[in-house]
Design a protein around this ligand. Structure first.
Ligand SMILES: [Zn+2]
Length: 185
């Protein structure tokens, strides 16, 4: 597949990151890969030899490299894009779904009251709900949240950050992803 990304795991099978095929290729040729798994995600073309034949390297969908992932303090970076994907582009106050450019990030506890910009204090919110809520908590505004915001796990973050996940890669990530997140994405 064109532009397929390669899932990198540590040698225990814990997911680390998405790699470009080129990055995966250099890990392979430098013998940094402990094991590989899955269908071939892509084929990289290399140089031509003296007979005019071009070398090819098949890049597997999943590679595991030496070492163990640092799981401590594993809070994925927060952006509006990822926040809206976590909330499935749904306003967590009215329950309607919107395009990304129609959504805002709402601080559940307003910043003016000490609320911070964290995964657990931010939700996707449509513009009209944001206007209605103003500088108030959900309780003060009488606008209860429809879901509890969560910090995405590593599996969930990797899932949310890639639109083109191959079947074998999904198989690897699935165990660490909330079911309702998978169905809707
Ligand atoms: Zn709304």
């Amino acid at each position: 597949m064109e532009n397929a990304q390669i899932l990198r795991l540590d040698k225990t099978g814990y997911p680390i990151e998405w790699l470009t095929a080129q990055d995966a290729c250099s890990l392979l040729v430098n013998e940094k890969v402990v094991w590989a798994f899955g269908e071939n995600a892509t084929v990289l073309k290399g140089g031509f030899n003296r007979d005019g034949l071009q070398s090819e390297l098949e890049i597997p969908a999943i590679i595991a490299t030496h070492g163990r992932a640092k799981i401590i303090a594993d809070v994925p970076p927060l952006s509006n894009r990822m926040l809206f994907r976590r909330d499935r582009h749904m306003c967590l106050y009215c329950g309607n779904t919107f395009k990304a450019n129609e959504l805002t990030r709402d601080h559940i506890i307003p910043q003016s009251k000490g609320g911070r910009s964290t995964w657990k204090n931010l939700v996707a919110c449509c513009k009209s709900c944001n206007n209605a809520k103003r500088d108030r908590t959900p309780e003060e505004a009488g606008m209860p949240l429809l879901a509890v915001p969560f910090v995405p796990s590593r599996h969930e973050y990797l899932y949310l950050s890639n639109h083109y996940i191959l079947a074998d890669q999904m198989q690897m990530l699935k165990s660490g992803i909330r079911k309702d997140l998978i169905r809707a994405a």
